[in-house]
Unconditional design. Structure first.
Length: 592
């Protein structure tokens, strides 16, 4: 405990192992400690302390009744010595340490709730995700890729310095009401359907699509990825096609309409006849919950420890609290990413229920005020204490307007922002690095010829690819601890609304990163940056060198205002590492 002033105190404790914990707060008057402090003052003032020693002895005698047998005998000896007037033993550190183990809690006040605490592994705090469709893992027109083909794609992904490879559902795809290209309700015989339309006669959520391969192929892919420091993440989408075995074996898990048919998914006026939602209000919920947990159990047995959960906000919150708690009790290293573009309090509630990370509204935050306001909300208490943002500039479902109209510079800007504002971020590739930006229709966010409904052919060697730029940014993230956490995010003033400046720093300020980004993807922008030097551990009257980790350039920042000019077509931002000079150094003899 440490005082913050005005009768406010702060307590801290460290936990060094993963797992689930509970804690609470309890307060009481420490009469012995108060007596001991006063006794020192009386002795220093030369006062008669004979009565005070008797009072102290009484406190020690009372502690004897609360102490363990070995300590009780020890305390009895101390009480006798203090009664006899031994002030040295009364003030001994040994007595104080024993007394602190047995406080008098008769009038203690205890907070009436146990507060949950989840301690995760480092990848929960810092991760770099890459999503791609296994069936598009080979070159050639409409050639169906397999899990074995995915192994050949791994070096390409690893070279861009990603550490999480996220696969959309790898399960069988239903045939009834299968969607055609561009989400057409009328599929033709060659249409492959959406991976999120799960289940057919060959199996459901614990089966692998026969066209992708076997469970052995899956194990080999996971191991090959691990050899390249890529951890496999799997999509969990609790929904079924009409062909899913659960529909036949457990009709009680689905909602039936008055005409006897099962209720399919709808978002009026849209209809999704290929998807049956599970009914979490069924009276047979116990069996449903157990079966859904067994899906997680199965993939955990296959070595998966990261799950991206599809639309968790449309499922029972009580179920998530139970299943995540149960799974983490046995496997504290499991990570859950909530794909929930819902209202803020709904997203916050999912985080409190146990989800490790969450998608965010970053995808639609483009202006300087929007970005600063939103990220201040995410990175300050109380939100910072329970939600971890995972930033995605694009997904298979979302091609935001800024990428549609901004071209290559917009892709670079959004990548820079995602990778430096957030310690966790991801991209849907190869669509992102190959600058796929054609919408299905004006004003919409669906891709034209979306990979969700067809096999795509990607030219990974295209000279227009952003893969080298992405690799450079990801290496910077990997090599700078300041970018591996969100707690230190701080925004700094600029005199140009199109320039945004922010910083991150390690706890000891040995690694300070300053980021400046041009939010205008069409024009060169220039202006002055005013840093909060004190917060960054920089002296207000001393220059420092800023090393641009993107371009390799070095700039002397003198302050209090420093000039920045950024051209979106060449390099739309700086990632600057602060290089400090000591007072005894000469010229450019500096340290990192």
């Amino acid at each position: 405990m440490a005082p913050l002033g005005n009768d406010i105190w702060e307590g801290k404790f460290e936990i060094s192992r993963m797992g689930q914990y509970v804690y609470t707060v309890e307060g009481w008057i420490d009469h012995f400690k108060t007596w001991r402090a006063d006794l020192k003052k009386r002795i220093a003032a030369g006062q008669n302390i004979s009565v005070e020693l008797l009072i102290g002895a009484r406190f020690v005698e009372e502690a004897v009744t609360r102490a363990a047998p070995a300590d009780a005998a020890h305390l009895t000896s101390f009480a006798e010595a203090i009664t006899a007037g031994d002030q040295e033993r009364a003030l001994s550190d040994e007595l104080y340490e024993v007394m602190q183990r047995y406080p008098d809690l008769q009038f203690a006040t205890r907070y009436d709730r146990d507060l949950p605490l989840q301690v995760d592994r480092p990848k929960a705090r810092f991760s770099t995700w890459y999503e791609f469709f296994p069936r598009s893992a080979v070159a050639g027109e409409h050639a169906p890729g397999t899990l074995r083909d995915c192994k050949k794609r791994l070096p390409y992904i690893a070279e861009m310095c990603f550490d999480v490879l996220y696969l959309p559902p790898v399960h069988p795809i239903g045939r009834q009401y299968r969607k055609g290209k561009n989400n057409s309700p009328d599929a033709v015989v060659d249409d492959v359907g959406s991976p999120w339309a799960i289940g057919d006669e060959t199996g459901g959520h614990t089966a692998i699509h026969p066209a992708l391969g076997t469970l052995r192929d899956f194990h080999e892919l996971r191991q090959a990825a691990s050899d390249l420091n890529l951890e496999l993440a799997l999509d969990i989408a609790f929904q079924c096609t009409p062909d899913h075995p659960w529909v036949r074996e457990h009709p009680e898990w689905f909602r039936t309409r008055p005409d006897g048919t099962i209720q399919y998914a709808e978002n009026p006026p849209k209809k999704y006849q290929d998807i049956y939602p599970l009914d979490f209000e069924t009276t047979a919920w116990r069996g449903l919950w157990a079966e859904l947990k067994s899906v997680f159990d199965f993939w955990i047995e296959q070595g998966i420890r990261i799950f991206r959960v599809d639309n968790p906000h449309t499922k029972s919150f009580a179920f998530w609290e139970w299943v995540i708690g149960s799974l983490r009790e046995a496997h504290p290293d499991v990570i859950f990413l909530a794909e929930a573009f819902a209202r803020p309090r709904v997203m916050y509630r999912l985080a409190k229920l146990g989800f490790t990370q969450s998608y965010t509204y970053f995808t639609w935050r483009n202006t300087k005020p929007e970005i600063e306001t939103y990220f201040r909300e995410l990175t300050t208490p109380p939100q910072r204490d329970f939600i971890r943002a995972n930033l995605w500039p694009n997904t298979p479902d979302i091609l935001p307007e800024v990428l549609q109209i901004g071209g290559r510079p917009a892709f670079m800007v959004r990548l820079l922002l995602a990778a430096t504002l957030g310690a966790n971020y991801g991209i849907y590739g190869p669509a992102f690095e190959l600058i796929e930006n054609t919408p299905r229709e004006p004003g919409g966010e669906e891709y034209l010829n979306s990979e969700k409904y067809e096999i795509k052919t990607w030219d990974l060697n295209s000279p227009a690819s952003l893969k080298d730029f992405i690799a450079r940014v990801n290496r910077i993230r990997r090599d700078n601890v300041a970018l591996q956490s969100d707690a230190s995010l701080m925004f700094h003033q600029t005199d140009n609304a199109n320039l945004i400046c922010y910083s991150k720093a390690s706890e000891d300020l040995s690694n300070v990163i300053i980021v400046v980004v041009n939010l205008d993807w069409a024009h060169t922008q220039a202006g002055y940056v005013s840093l909060d030097r004190k917060a960054l551990g920089l002296e207000h009257d001393r220059s420092f060198e800023a090393e641009d980790l993107l371009s390799g350039g070095r700039f002397l920042w003198k302050g209090p205002r420093d000039y920045v000019e950024l051209a979106p077509l060449t390099l739309p931002g700086h990632i600057l590492r602060v290089r400090r000079w000591t007072r005894t150094e000469r010229d450019f003899d500096y340290y990192l």
